[in-house]
Design a protein around this ligand. Sequence first.
Ligand SMILES: *Cc1c(COP(=O)(O)O)cnc(C)c1O
Length: 365
Amino acid sequence: MDDLTLMIPGPVSVNEDVLEALSRPIEADYGEAWVAFYDDLRADLQTVFQTRNDIYLVTGPGSAALEMGLSSIAAAGETVVVVNNGFFGLRLCRVAEAYEMNVVQVKAPSVERVGAEQVGSVLDEHPEAVAVVVVHHDTTTGVQNDIAGIAQLAHERGALTMVDAVSSLGGIDLPVDEWGVDICVTVANKCLGAAPGVSPISISPRAWEVVDSKETRGWFLNLRTWRYYLENFGHWHPLPATSAINTAYAFRVAIQSILEEGLPQVLERHQNVGTRIRSGLRDLGFEMLLPEAESSPVMTTVLGLPGMDIAHYSGWLLDERKLKISVGLGEYAGKAFRVGHMGRAAHLGAAERFLQATEAYLKAQ
Ligand SMILES: *Cc1c(COP(=O)(O)O)cnc(C)c1O
C-alpha cells in the first residue's frame, strides 16, 4: 500500500532526505558551523529567488514573514494598496489593518487575474501609497496575478511592491530582480518541499531605504531587528532568537535538491504535472475552474461533475487510496475540489496515482 500523500495546496508531503534531516540531533544555532550553514542557505535561496537581494530565514509560518515585511515598510496611518481577489489577498488587508495602515483595496472577483491596469487606476487616486501588496498565486483558486506588470507600474509611481509568493515560489517562475519585486515572501513547505516552520523573505535595497526612513512597530517581526543581528552578530549568532534548527537544516536539504535538479527543470516539472492532471481529469469528464491559458502549474481547481458528492469522493480517496485532496473554499464549497501538485505530489507518479484513483471512484459509483 502506498504512503499517505498530501495532494492539497499545502501542507505538502516531502522527500525522505528532508525527513531524515529533521530527526538529526539538535545542534546550536550559533557558532562557526551554524554561521556557515546559514550563509550558505541564504546564498542558495538567492538562486531560487533569482535575486541578489538580502534574504532572511524567518522562524514561523508564511504569515509571520508576511506580517514582518508589511509592518516594516509602512507605519500606522500610511497608505498601502492591497490587491484583494481571493482569500489570501483579504488576509493581507487584515494584517495591514491590524497595524492601523490606511488600506486601499484593488478588489476583483476571485477568478480574475489582476494586472497593472487595475492597480494603476487605484494608484491614480492614491499617489501617497507607499506600497502595493499582492499575492502571486491565490491558493483558493489558482489565479495568478500579473506581478511583472504590477511591480513595474508601482516602481514608476514610486511605491514598493511586496509579493506573497507563499504558494508559488519554486513552482511558478518568479524572477524577483528582473521583475523588480522589493519584498518577496515564501515558505519552506509548499512548492519548495521542506517541512513547515521557516519562511524566507527577500528585501531590495529600495525597500531598505523605505524601512530606514520611518519608525515602525514590532521587535521580532521587524526587518530592522533581523538586520541588526546579522550585521552585529553575524559572525557568531546571526538570528535575533532561536531558530527552528532542524527545520532549517531540512530546508537546506530540499533547496539543494532543487539546485541539483536545476530551477528551470523544477519549474518545468510542475508545469508538466499540472498539464497531465488537467488532461487526465478532462478525459474523465471534468471541467476546470480556470481557462487552460490561465491554469496554475502547482494546483488545479476542478468543478465537480453534475450531482457529484465531493465530500464523499475526497473521503474515498483518503480511505481507499491514501490520497488527500482539498475541497473548494468559500463560494466553491461543495462545488469544486482542489488538487495540489507541490512537494512530493509534483511528480508524474503522483499524478497518475491520483488519476487512476479518480477513475476507479467514478466507475464504482
Ligand atoms: C498557505 C498560504 C499562506 C499562509 O501561509 P502560512 O504558512 O499558513 O502562514 C499565505 N498566502 C498564500 C498564497 C498561501 O498559499
